[in-house]
Design a protein around this ligand. Structure first.
Ligand SMILES: *[C@@H]1O[C@H](CO)[C@@H](O)[C@H](O)[C@H]1NC(C)=O
Length: 236
């Protein structure tokens, strides 16, 4: 009589234990799952497409002049780039954005230069006005500046080590990286701004001029993200 009771008790105890363990496991699983949605939880660092999305969402649109900058533009510009969707740190995104800005500035420099040389469509019309010719000349200088500065910024950003902290790391002051990106952004904006007021030539070069300014803004945003400095923290 005693044996079955003990057996039953043991069975009850062990099933209670099993239930407790199951419960604990379920609790831990639920906790782990909810942690991803709790903004206060220490999430594991994002990588790849998650990182890209997070970086793009962190863009503060109001900070950027010219064509501005949106999370949507950021995704459309960077998502097609394999190096961006496999990024391990915003530094990798900054490098891609700098490269895109550099090549967009080269394209804009080409169209601005060819407008400068090209006679205006109709033979009877005069060449560009002196003001427009000057706008195009300055634009060419601006894009030269963007492209040359991009090489400097790229080398600097490439050597930035995001995994170490403190002055022993060999990293420069955050300000130094931001200044470099600002130089690119300001030069691309300068031409965009002048062309935006020039109805005469605007249509011919607007697409390239806008792309160059947008991507220079993006490069600046990604350098900010690399440093962990929100882009509405400026001006520097
Ligand atoms: C975006 O901002 C959040 C909140 O500040 C931060 O935790 C996250 O790391 C940022 N994302 C990137 C890619 O820097």
């Amino acid at each position: 009589m005693a044996a079955p009771t003990t057996a039953t008790a043991t069975a009850t105890a062990s099933s209670a234990l099993a239930a407790l363990l199951l419960c604990a496991a379920a609790f831990l699983a639920a906790d782990a799952a909810s942690g991803r949605h709790d903004p206060k939880a220490k999430a594991k660092p994002a990588a790849g497409a998650d990182l890209l999305e997070s970086a793009c969402e962190n863009i503060t649109a109001s900070q950027y002049k010219g064509p501005g900058l949106t999370a949507d533009f950021c995704m459309r510009a960077l998502y097609p780039e394999t190096r961006a969707t496999s990024a391990r740190h915003p530094r990798d995104l900054a490098l891609v954005a700098i490269d895109l800005a550099r090549s967009a500035a080269a394209d804009a420099g080409v169209v601005v230069g060819s407008e400068l040389r090209a006679p205006v469509a109709d033979d009877d019309e005069a060449d560009w006005s002196k003001d427009t010719a000057l706008t195009l000349r300055y634009g060419r200088i601006d894009y030269w500046t963007v492209a040359r500065t991009a090489r400097v910024c790229r080398a600097m950003v490439r050597e930035y080590d995001p995994w170490v902290e403190g002055h022993k790391s060999g990293n420069l002051f955050p300000y130094t990286y931001l200044k470099c990106a600002d130089r690119m952004m300001d030069a691309a904006f300068s031409c965009w701004n002048h062309i935006s007021f020039d109805g005469e030539v605007k249509k011919a070069v607007w697409k390239e001029v806008t792309a160059a300014a947008s991507l220079a803004n993006l490069a600046r945003a990604m350098v900010g993200q690399m440093l962990g400095i929100p882009d509405d923290d400026g001006p520097y």
